[in-house]
Write a protein of this length. Sequence first.
Length: 279
Amino acid sequence: MASDKTNVMRVLEQHKIAYKPHEYPHGKDAVDGVSVAELLGQNPDQVFKTLVARGKSGGFHVFVIPVAKELDLKKAAKAAGVAVGAHPGFPDLMGFGRRNMVVSPKEVKAYVKYQLGALMAFAAAEGIRLQHCKPHGALYNMAGKDMDLALAIAEAIAEVDESIILLGLANSKMIDAGKQLGLRVANEVFADRAYQADGSLVPRKLPGAVIHDKDEAIARTVRMVTEGKVTAITGEEVEIAAHSICVHGDNPSAVEFVKNIRTQLTARGVEIAPIREIV
């Protein structure tokens, strides 16, 4: 038995899984697969390494590749069924697309087409098709209330690829516009954002817009999914539909947050499935 346990050994012991370690002599430089294979007198072309990855859905994926190779994350994502979507926004790099802009529906349609086309080219190079499109930031919020902007987004998607799913704020103008043009639409709810009485999100610049209490956010999310309701920041009960849950990845606790939400939902009998199987 090795005197120094690896993290894998600790996990196996934690779950009471029996294992047998195989040791080999090595120096400080023998840390890569090719060097280890040579130390063991093996042909590196006939030695493989096993990599375990955890997908966004929480499931595990095992990849077996030659020791001299690196895992191609794009191909791994494709093999694991991870979907790719576009997140088009305003041409506002300094404001990260979160500032309102005075634009016409024609301009918005062009922005969305341009950004969809760019991402589709990169995706096609990897043999991947776009699954969905969700407008970003200020464009998302403005189109949620402005039918002309919402229709411009929906038209852009329909003219580029009508199979792409439009993700929009639950019960917003974007959902209405997508339905009007015959697109598949997905109602999105926000785990860590407060709502106004009209079903829109509380602007980030206002106090209480972002929910920092993990337990409160999880409880609100579970209620939106299971009961179809959320309490507005002003106290009103708002009817809401939920096909998809947004959790912002710039939160350091985002991964743990998603795990907790998933645990709470599955405990209540909610089945987690790809969006393409829901709408």
